[in-house]
Design a protein around this ligand. Structure first.
Ligand code: HAM
Length: 429
């Protein structure tokens, strides 16, 4: 039997309800905040990711699914959505006229990481980006929106970590201080960090190897090196979050795994997913649009790890499949043909109906209706058809009533619609 690829997974119908619930909640919330959906391809030229995420990052160095296209291009399955959205923003000149755009996308990303709980090679992100706003209130508003997403989903076990990574004006001074410190501990660093240290010392702060973490425990903090502008920006962000009562922890160790960030960066972390604690991450990337060939445009965004969010949610809730409103138990060919037509009529009217397609006894059909959680069962046999009267059984109260064949779908439609309106829908609980 051919199995799926390691690190990839199927989302089966039982679980898909939770995914839909999250998608719907995010789409409604983001629309309120003025975000429009953008859909970008899952594949891009490799260079796009190498130049945006950074050549010296784990993602670009070892995790991308990259291959030579038959036409000679080098292509990559997207490891994240930001680079593609920036490309689209530039390519479609979305900055012309009003440069402010608020966009979101939901879809699969690909990173060839070592698979484990909460870490997949194909995973999903809910990604939001804002272009064209330099001021700090949008940073706070975005973090607020993210906070509300988790609140609307009733996920409580997450906490926001916040840091500022400064800008090209203040980064060099910090870099110098960090390099001086790292030079003293070079022999304690892992081979990757030793190699990367001089070209991209910030990466060392993000390394997960325990020896590296220990070696950089006393590393200088970026926030102590911020220029006046970055300091003022960050102060307003934190003040705005305080006003909105969005809780956060200042985390001077938070550097993120992608190189494009400037100023405000944040991560939502949870204690319930073991080693994979980050459920969302993001920040400003004021230099990226220009670096990729567009006009200088400030930008900020985040991505939620959809799989991880669903994992947290599924510990707290189950998503019940919506049971059919009606099960038509049909006995004999003539009954089956009639049942088929009635079912089609009710389905057209938006009523969830199941019917028997095989040749089962009434007892077996009642059992199946029970298993499916059907609200009512309509019993259609040759005798009932001949008499022109059918039996409708309420599966909850067990009460039975007779329904004349003439006008039966209209009667059922009215009856079942009112049952549906009184709330027997599939629901999160
Ligand atoms: P990221 O921190 O690389 O940021 O990923 C965001 C989230 O995606 C992580 O917090 C995590 O929940 C989830 N994630 C990442 N890798 C995996 C994996 N292998 N398996 C399951 N979940 C995973 C970005 O991707 C940025 N593009 C976010 C952003 C948008 N920054 C600005 N705009």
């Amino acid at each position: 039997m051919i199995q799926l690829i390691r690190g990839f997974k199927d989302i089966l119908p039982g679980e898909a309800g939770l995914w839909q619930h999250v998608e719907g909640t995010a789409a409604r919330l983001f629309a309120t905040f003025g975000y429009g959906e953008i859909r970008v391809p899952i594949m891009e030229k490799t260079e796009l990711f190498a130049r945006s995420i950074g050549e010296e990052t784990d993602i670009v160095e070892k995790e991308m699914y990259t291959f030579a296209d038959r036409g000679g291009d080098t292509l990559t399955l997207r490891p994240e959505a930001t680079a593609s959205i920036v490309r689209a923003y530039i390519q479609h000149k979305m900055y012309a006229g009003d440069p402010v755009h608020k966009l979101y996308t939901i879809g699969p990303m690909f990173r060839r990481e070592r698979p484990q709980k909460g870490r997949y090679r194909q995973f999903y992100q809910i990604d939001a980006e804002v272009f064209g706003i330099a001021g700090p209130y949008i940073d706070a508003q975005m973090i607020h929106m993210l906070h509300l997403l988790f609140q609307h989903l009733a996920v409580t076990d997450v906490h926001t970590h916040l840091n500022s990574l400064g800008c090209p004006a203040c980064r060099p001074r910090f870099r110098e201080a960090l390099l001086a410190m790292l030079d003293g501990v070079t022999d304690q660093l892992c081979p990757d960090c030793r190699r990367r240290k001089d070209r991209n010392p910030l990466r060392v702060l993000d390394c997960k190897v325990p020896a590296c973490r220990e070696a950089v425990a006393d590393a200088p903090a970026i926030v102590d090196y911020l220029c006046a502008d970055c300091q003022a920006h960050f102060a307003t962000v934190t003040r705005a979050l305080d006003q909105l009562q969005v809780p956060y922890t200042l985390d001077k160790r938070l550097v993120r795994g992608l190189d494009y960030y400037t100023r405000t960066t944040f991560e939502l972390q949870t204690g319930v997913l073991g080693a994979q604690s980050a459920v969302a991450g993001g920040g400003r990337y004021d230099g990226l649009v220009e670096a990729l060939g567009g006009p200088a445009t400030p930008a900020i965004g985040f991505a939620v790890g959809f799989d991880r969010l669903v994992e947290i949610l599924s510990r707290q809730h189950t998503m019940a499949a919506r049971p059919p409103a009606l099960y038509i138990a049909a006995l004999g060919d003539a009954a089956k043909e009639q049942a088929f037509r009635w079912a089609a009529e009710l389905l057209e009217a938006g009523i969830q109906v199941e019917m028997e397609h095989g040749d089962k006894s009434l007892k077996a059909q009642m059992k199946r209706a029970d298993r499916l959680g059907a609200g009512h069962v309509l019993i259609v046999g040759e005798a009932e058809l001949a008499a022109g009267v059918l039996v409708l059984r309420d599966m909850q109260t067990k009460a039975q009533r007779e329904l004349p064949v003439a006008g039966v779908t209209a009667a059922l439609g009215a009856l079942l619609q009112s049952a549906r309106n009184s709330g027997d829908d599939g629901n999160i609980s």
